[in-house]
Design a protein around this ligand. Structure first.
Ligand code: ZN
Length: 310
């Protein structure tokens, strides 16, 4: 048994995961604006309480069955992580915070921490391998498009990682010189144009839609005002294609998987995005097809991927 924790910019999910990488039970909490002002104690308290609840439930099932012991806890974090510490988060405001040390001291279970895009990348790759037998030697590019953009690259069965820093910060690749300021301190980053949050914000502002509208209602309004927002959709597809084409030119992936909140809106973009990538002058190596898929695990990818950190 393992515990996977997905820490996001505005919410945390914790799941009990078995050795077949299935989530057996999950818990989640949204952070209030008040909590976000001093988030560290909120995160620690929620994790410690939830893990204690999980341990007690497992104890009731069977006291000393080895299979029911929690062997490790993995935490997916929205930023740079190293040796159990969260070094830098762009959208959560936590820096140099050794979460693993604090949790290990209290729970006496090994804790591993890694960037959330990479965790989701490993989880989706694992799932892809499970469904397709010929994935072992492929190059996979995974993009998590949500509030920001993260991701990872699998090269011949291995997740590519930096040494001094984690690297592969696709969302912070600059696609516009002197462009929109990013929370990372640079300007013109891919995520300021390609994240689904940016697209939703542009649509909301154009159509005067309230900030707190839910996804279903937003998609309904988008459908009703299709023509009115077509230029925004085209602009978004172009910016996405620009960023993704840079990554294709560098990595030449065999398969591209897109996950994150984008999945819920993907039907509006995917066909045109593939067309734009193939038919405009963005790719160094021209081609007629592109294997671009939408992620299968949805919100579970972070939790499952966190338990696959080694
Ligand atoms: Zn940035």
């Amino acid at each position: 048994m393992k515990i996977g924790i997905d820490l996001g910019g505005s919410h945390i999910s914790i799941g009990l995961v078995n050795n077949e990488n299935k989530i057996l039970k999950s818990y989640e909490k949204d952070f209030t604006e008040e909590e976000k002002k001093n988030i560290k104690p909120v995160i620690e308290k929620y994790i410690l309480e939830t893990v204690t609840v999980i341990k007690e439930k497992l104890k009731k099932v069977s006291f000393d069955d080895e299979k029911l012991k929690i062997s490790k806890i993995g935490v997916a974090v929205p930023g740079e992580a190293k040796n159990g510490a969260i070094i830098k988060t762009v959208n959560l405001g936590i820096n140099n915070y050794n979460l693993a040390e604090i949790l290990e001291e209290n729970l006496k279970i090994p804790v591993l921490v890694r960037n959330d895009g990479k965790c989701a990348c490993i989880a989706e790759y694992n799932n892809l391998k499970h469904e397709n037998k010929d994935m072992e030697n492929k190059i996979i590019l995974f993009l998590n498009i949500g509030t920001g953009i993260g991701g990872g690259v699998i090269y011949h069965n291995q997740l590519l990682q930096g040494n001094q820093f984690e690297g592969y910060e696709m969302g912070h690749m600059i696609i516009k010189a002197n462009g929109i300021p990013c929370n990372c301190g640079k300007q013109g980053c891919f995520e300021k144009y390609g994240s689904i949050l940016q697209y939703k914000n542009k649509v909301k502002s154009r159509l005067n839609i309230p900030e707190n509208i839910n996804g279903d209602e937003l998609r309904k309004i988008m459908k009703e005002h299709e023509e009115e927002i077509e230029d925004l959709r085209q602009e978004y597809i172009y910016d996405l294609a620009l960023g993704i084409s840079n990554l294709i030119n560098i990595f030449e992936p065999d398969v591209i998987i897109i996950g994150g909140g984008f999945s819920h809106f993907s039907y509006m973009f995917v066909d045109d995005l593939i067309n734009k990538l193939i038919n405009s002058n963005l790719l160094f190596n021209k081609r007629e097809t592109l294997d671009l898929r939408i992620a299968k695990l949805g919100n579970d990818a972070g939790i499952i991927g966190a338990t696959l950190i080694d």
